[in-house]
Ligand binder design. Structure first.
Ligand code: HEM
Length: 376
């Protein structure tokens, strides 16, 4: 028997919780609908059993990492209740209280985000916390998580270039590493698209990621973009700019949904000159010295890899797994984050234009062309 209230709740999450959710998901899938009436007993069991176990947790861990993991565990319960449409405020009150306490202590939104499912989700005997035992959920988390790790590897390599200078011979290796990492992002996205069933995703997985209320306040839905790495890559490459009001809005909006430490990573690169600007400053017309030339060519390759990986997200993942299934339904669901789908698609489309430096106003296209011309 688990000997602490946290361990008892954890054991419930790893067993009965996923069994109840999986049974319900099979019923939703049989009806090909992400909401179905009835099935009150399992829905109510998720609500009440989870809330009773969480109400016993009166001792909050001292360590921030353990607090963050506990917030994720509590967040799993709240996300499942919202997904099944059970939200009795009296029953949920102790759950909301703990979630808000943990969120305030950590300065993050008091809900589960994708990092709780990926980077802060300890596996026990090969198994990490999931909502269900559905193979599609595992594929979704693992491939998304791998893509997040690959973005972090690219961000790490480019951050190291920022401190050593763009014509440094050792930066050559880092540019190659960043290109390989962004190639991995594309590869994981392609694997996700091959292995994930769009119908399963739409009916059984996406609904756990939608907005829900915690103690009277609604918090937006979450996605694999709630990390700093992609923004660190955007800013360091110079494809997105810290002074662009649109991009400032993107950064400000995601701030409470980032895992601890990620906001600092974005802050650290905000005042830094981009690598593109540094290449433009160092490259005089004529014949650039060999290392500068080689690194600049590699840098242009990193930009292409970033644009290609994100274009795949936009034109395949978002289109095939959200847009198309939504339009096939009589009452299309909204976006996971909350705003109308066309608003979210407009925002993602603008990010795709910026990251691919398309020939549109406000992108880095003209400066990249200038660098190409300087290289001759
Ligand atoms: C089935 C797979 C996926 C689908 C359907 C999907 C869909 C979406 C949607 C609809 C949004 C906007 C969220 C909103 O505001 O409502 C979004 C955001 C985002 N997604 Fe995905 N996504 C998928 C996988 C991934 C993967 C594997 C990555 C890579 C780590 C990723 C990275 C991002 C990022 C970075 C954002 C935030 C906006 C940005 O900065 O571009 N997504 N995604």
């Amino acid at each position: 028997m688990p000997d602490t209230p946290i361990a008892a709740y954890d054991a419930w999450l790893r067993s009965r919780f996923i069994d109840l959710n999986t049974g319900l998901e099979e019923a939703y899938f049989a009806a090909r609908d992400d909401q179905i009436p009835g099935h009150d007993a399992p829905k109510d069991a998720i609500l009440r059993e989870g809330a009773a176990l969480i109400a016993r947790i009166d001792d909050v861990p001292r360590d921030d990492g353990d607090r963050y993991k506990l917030l994720g565990a509590v967040g799993f319960h709240l996300a499942a209740c919202a997904r099944h449409g059970v939200g009795d405020a009296t029953v949920l009150a102790p759950v909301w209280t703990l979630a808000r306490l943990l969120g305030s202590a950590l300065d993050v939104a008091p809900r589960f985000v994708f990092s709780h499912q990926s980077l802060h989700n300890p596996a026990v005997a090969d198994v990490f916390h999931m909502f269900t035992t559905l193979a599609d959920e595992a594929v979704f988390i693992i491939r998304n998580g791998e893509a997040v790790l690959a973005y972090r590897r690219a961000a790490h390599a480019l951050s190291a270039v920022a401190s050593m200078g763009v014509s440094n011979p050792m930066a050559t290796y880092l540019f190659e590493d960043a290109t390989a990492a962004l190639g991995d992002v594309l590869r994981f996205n392609q694997a996700l698209s091959r292995e994930l069933d769009p119908e399963r995703f739409y009916v059984n997985i996406r609904p756990y990621f939608t907005p829900h209320v915690v103690g009277g306040t609604e918090f937006r839905g979450v996605n694999a973009g709630d990390f700093a790495a992609i923004n660190v890559v955007d800013l360091l490459l110079g494809l997105c700019e810290a002074r662009d009001p649109f991009y400032q809005g993107v950064l400000a909006e995601k701030r409470p949904y980032l895992p601890p430490g990620d906001a600092e990573e974005i802050r650290a690169v905000l005042p830094t000159a981009s690598l593109l600007d540094r290449f433009l400053d160092e490259t005089a017309p004529g014949d650039p010295p060999p290392v500068l030339r080689r690194n600049a060519e590699l840098f242009l390759g990193v930009c292409r890899a970033h644009g290609a990986a994100y274009a795949y997200h936009h034109h395949r993942l978002v289109a095939d797994f959200i847009e198309k299934p939504a339009t096939d339904r009589p009452t299309p669901a909204g976006s996971s984050s909350g705003p109308p789908m066309e608003v979210v698609l407009g925002m993602l489309g603008r990010l795709a234009d910026l990251r691919a430096a398309r020939d549109k106003p406000g992108t880095a296209r003209e400066r990249l062309d200038r660098l190409r011309n300087l290289l001759g």
